[in-house]
Design a protein around this ligand. Sequence first.
Ligand code: GLN
Length: 197
Amino acid sequence: MRIGILALQGDFLNHVAVLDGLSVESVLVKTPDDLDVDGIIVPGGESTTMSLLIQSSGIYEPLKALLHGGLPAFGTCAGMILLASSLMDGRTDQVTFDAIDIVVRRNGFGRQVASFETDIDVSGVEGGPLKAVFIRAPVVEKVADGVEVLAEVKYNFADSTNRVVPVICRQEKVIVSSFHPELVGEDRLHKVFLGLI
Ligand code: GLN
């Protein structure tokens, strides 16, 4: 099994480290020629920059076609944004892969200073709660029928509303998290993703 990791910007090397720890081969995806893979990870980083780079590198159209053809995918934070069907508060020219039927609000948890860490229980994941790191993370505002919510958090938003929002979603072979398991050496969500392949 060869797992592609979109390697144009962001924390792709942290995902390589997690896959190395699981003895799974990873391929750094920098051009369309690197897309001969069994699954793709879209890392955290800056989705506006990645949006520009996926287009200028020529990766956008072929990867979108593969995703729509059923290529399994795992996106963390900016990766969630890129895989989502619909985006709020993005740049007007920002593109997404439309691979999972959710609406996400970019930077919905607030700015860098509002970054936080919390423990979350994940449906179907054993071994205790996951440590989740949220950094300028996207908020899932809406999920379509057919999207499974695997974890949620309760959060006090800047507008003083206290809401419970999804932070891990899955639809068929696409899984996304608002946070960064790869930054804390957490491999259990990667295992869930690999189990989808
Ligand atoms: N806010 C970033 C974006 O819009 C995502 C941040 C992250 O990946 N930690 O892409």
